[in-house]
Write a protein that binds this ligand. Sequence first.
Ligand code: GLU
Length: 291
Amino acid sequence: MTLLTFRFAPSPNGELHLGHAYSALLNRQMAARAGGRLLLRIEDIDITRCTPEFEAGIFRDLEWLGFEWEEPVRRQSEHFSEYRAVLDRLIAEELVYPAFMSRGEIRAFIAETEKRGRDWPRDPDGVPRYPPLDKALPTKERRRRIAENKPFAWRLDIEAAMARVPGALSWVEFTDETMAATHTVDATPQAWGDVIVARRDIPTSYHLAVVVDDALQGVSHVVRGQDLYAATSVQRLLQDLLGRPAPRYLHHRLILGSDGRKLSKSFKDTGLAALRQAGVSPQDVVRLIGL
Ligand code: GLU
């Protein structure tokens, strides 16, 4: 029998809060009940926002909470060459294209279009979809811009990608943390338009690194917040394009602040370090998050 494998994958770009505690401890609980493995992955591809101090804070907070993870911990920033190799494959298969437009240019294009009375489509995060101009650039023009060192990101050609995957795209979602029942969710990656697969400064994006790592680490069960539900569509598509297996998913409820809004890394009062300093115990945290 193969062991079920769970993972908690925080980004060290801020302090952990009660929402992270819920996600980490739910993963621990589900792994323990299933007799499965529990991994910790540090998602620090954003080298400008992630810091060693925040990473040290994550380890401190997780130890305090009693989250027990397997060594070694995978730190994404140490694996850029692996993501690069996968990106090269997508480039060779013409599933991605260089996207040159700056934020200002995108804004101007959309403002111009909307002035003519047409609402520009937004992605599930509410961000305007990438305009189709760069996708239509002739190869010669692409080469010229690259030779001129014009900065660019790699974006997925969503139409080409959808045409490449045969049949319907879906994933298996658990109904709750008991894993007693599942349902099938249709993936709708088109809603995102041409997503970024590699940013200007690094050879990957959140989606690409997650897909590569979940497969590489044999993650069978992805348990993460409801806020990433729509992102799963993109990740399912990348898994199919790259021939990676699809894990099963549970997108759990979010812990909300007293104002009813999603917690953010800047809400000091729900930060785990601040709670600890105020004398709150790990048992109190478990009660606070209702686990
Ligand atoms: N690193 C992501 C975050 O901190 C989580 C990614 C995932 O669980 O797939 O929001």
